[in-house]
Design a protein around this ligand. Structure first.
Ligand code: ATP
Length: 217
């Protein structure tokens, strides 16, 4: 029912200028659900997520918690509760420390509960809090990228290929962290090429191809 719907997308297209890479997408995500978007390189996963985040040219209906956000720019969508974690940990400032990155991401300041959740889910960040982010491993930087999104206390996270370039042990660790965040009730839409990783965290998966999003069989 409408009380439990987190994100509602209808007749949504996203692209660059007049070139719409993803076309006519209809998708409803329930609160607490984790949905994976699978597809090869260049299929349009990033374009779709960036469109939802307000970072490229898009049209169509997007409702977050029943409220339309389609006219809003990226900063306003983030304030409305939609947190975007770009691919390649693109939100992390490499010359700043872990703590400085978290402080920048926190804006007016995250609650104690949020900080406790971050410490519990990503203990390595506590250990390396005074280290420059660029000196962390790829997996630790991915933890920081996700933690930075959590600092805004989002209703929902959009994660673009969190598994990208990570060693197997770190893949398992990040998958476990995202599963823990799901338990905490955070809704997620995750673009992935790694089917194993997507299967570990997602309730269901969609395939991107030919500009369309279709449910995976
Ligand atoms: P990847 O995993 O490589 O990021 P993807 O599935 O996320 O793949 P996108 O990055 O969304 O795919 O790319 C989809 C299509 O959009 C590609 O044909 C790409 O060339 C095109 N594209 C991406 N960025 C731009 C841009 N800034 N301007 C024009 N076209 C772009």
């Amino acid at each position: 029912g409408p009380m439990t719907t987190q994100l509602e997308i209808d007749r949504f297209s996203a692209g660059y200028g007049r070139i719409m890479v993803c076309r006519d997408v209809q998708l409803t995500i329930e609160r607490g659900e984790v949905v994976a978007v699978l597809g090869a390189n260049g299929a349009g996963k990033s374009t779709f997520l960036q469109g939802l985040a307000g970072l490229n040219d898009s049209q169509g209906t997007i409702r977050l918690d029943g409220t339309s956000i389609e006219g809003l720019n990226a900063a306003a969508r983030a304030r409305a509760g939609l947190a975007f974690v770009p691919e390649q940990r693109g939100n992390v400032f490499p010359h700043m420390t872990v703590l400085e990155n978290l402080a920048i991401a926190g804006g007016k300041g995250a609650s104690g509960a949020t900080r406790e959740l971050i410490d519990e889910v990503f203990p390595a960040l506590e250990k390396y809090r005074t280290r420059q982010a660029g000196l962390l491993s790829g997996g630790e930087q991915q933890m920081l990228a996700i933690a930075m999104a959590l600092m805004s206390e989002p209703a929902m996270m959009l994660l673009d290929e969190p598994s990208q370039g990570l060693a197997p042990t770190l893949l398992r660790s990040i998958a476990a962290s995202l599963a823990r965040l799901k338990q905490g009730g955070i809704t997620m839409l995750v673009a992935e090429q790694n089917r194993w990783f997507a299967g570990e965290i997602a309730d269901r998966a969609l395939l991107v191809g030919g500009g369309r999003l279709t449910p995976e069989e």
